[in-house]
Design a protein around this ligand. Structure first.
Ligand code: BEZ
Ligand code: FE
Length: 301
């Protein structure tokens, strides 16, 4: 691997900078694990290219160190600022793109986010995942099939979302479990459940990532979405969301670059009094419904 000379500096300086890169690359030459060697050498090449590209000042380098230190300090068991940083830089979505290549009509994947919780309550088909979280009732239904169109019975579907105030249950200090559940598809690969009509909300922005967004004139707001994780034997686990057609935030932009056109779905508003699919009484209020047919790729593609 050789480095590109920086023609903005004199030849002696170019040589000095290039030689340093070569020495760092050589220091990884005897790495026993070939994959680790590839990663460390590529990282070296790109990191040094970046430093030379912007002619990084020492003050700027110190600012970067202070920033990463702050990211570390605010991170704990419930707050993962490094994941948030990766999300806000589009690195999470790029890693997802590299690892989930489009396969014969399989449903697109998108960012996982920090708010998934293991062991969310199981609900029956037609059950309510809101668990007391506030918001407009929304009926979600669909099927899970493989890429040959065969229904997938007993697929596990995890769903989670924020309440109408834009907060996930884990962001409240009272230990509530709401706005999350898991269920299984029936014999014909079909599923249905009650959720809440998703609303836009900001990613946590009271820490260093929020400061970065502020300093760069970016909004922390995510387009409204409902998270899904779908798994079944011999099929690739799908982590994705559905987004709400017509949400103005889709035009403004999603702060973690998670939107894919194929995941934008109609959430049809139902006027108050419209009978619900299962006879549930939603009081005087309006409700909404959406359909999401999920196609899982084979494992290992
Ligand atoms: C989320 O959708 O839950 C999320 C994704 C990335 C960063 C923060 C939140
Ligand atoms: Fe989310």
């Amino acid at each position: 691997m050789t480095s590109e000379p920086d023609i903005r500096v004199n030849p002696a300086q170019q040589l000095l900078e290039g030689e340093l890169i070569d020495r760092v690359l050589a220091s990884f030459e005897n790495t026993p694990d070939p994959r680790l060697k590839q990663i460390m050498q590529s990282l070296t090449t790109h990191l040094h290219a970046f430093i030379r590209d912007v002619r990084l000042t020492e003050a700027e380098w110190n600012t970067a160190i202070e920033f990463l230190t702050a990211v570390g300090h605010i991170t704990d068991d419930t707050r993962q600022e490094f994941v948030l940083l990766s999300d806000a830089l589009g690195a999470s979505m790029q890693t997802i793109a590299v690892n989930n290549q489009a396969y014969k009509g399989a449903t697109d994947a998108t960012v996982f986010g920090p708010f998934f919780v293991e062991d969310a309550p199981e609900i029956p088909l037609g059950g309510d995942m809101a668990g007391g979280a506030s918001g407009q009732a929304c009926w979600i239904e669909g099927t899970v099939t493989d890429t040959d169109g065969r229904p997938v019975p007993n697929a596990r579907i995890e769903v989670w979302e924020c309440d109408e105030d834009g907060f996930y249950d884990v962001q409240y200090p009272d230990g509530r479990i709401a706005g999350r559940a898991h269920l299984f598809t029936d014999d014909r690969g079909a599923y249905r459940f009650w959720a809440l009509t998703p609303v836009p909300y900001p990613i946590p922005h009271d820490g260093p990532v929020g400061k970065m967004l502020d300093a760069t004139g970016r909004s922390p707001v995510r387009a409204a979405h409902l998270h899904f994780m779908v798994s079944a034997d011999t099929l690739r686990t799908l982590v994705t969301h559905i987004f709400v057609e017509g949400d103005p935030q889709l035009e403004i932009g999603d702060s973690v670059f998670g939107v894919k056109d194929s995941l934008v779905k109609e959430f049809a508003q139902q006027v108050p009094g419209t009978p619900t699919p299962d006879g549930r009484d939603v009081g005087d209020g309006s409700w909404a419904r959406a359909r999401f047919d999920i196609v899982l790729a084979p494992d290992g593609v």
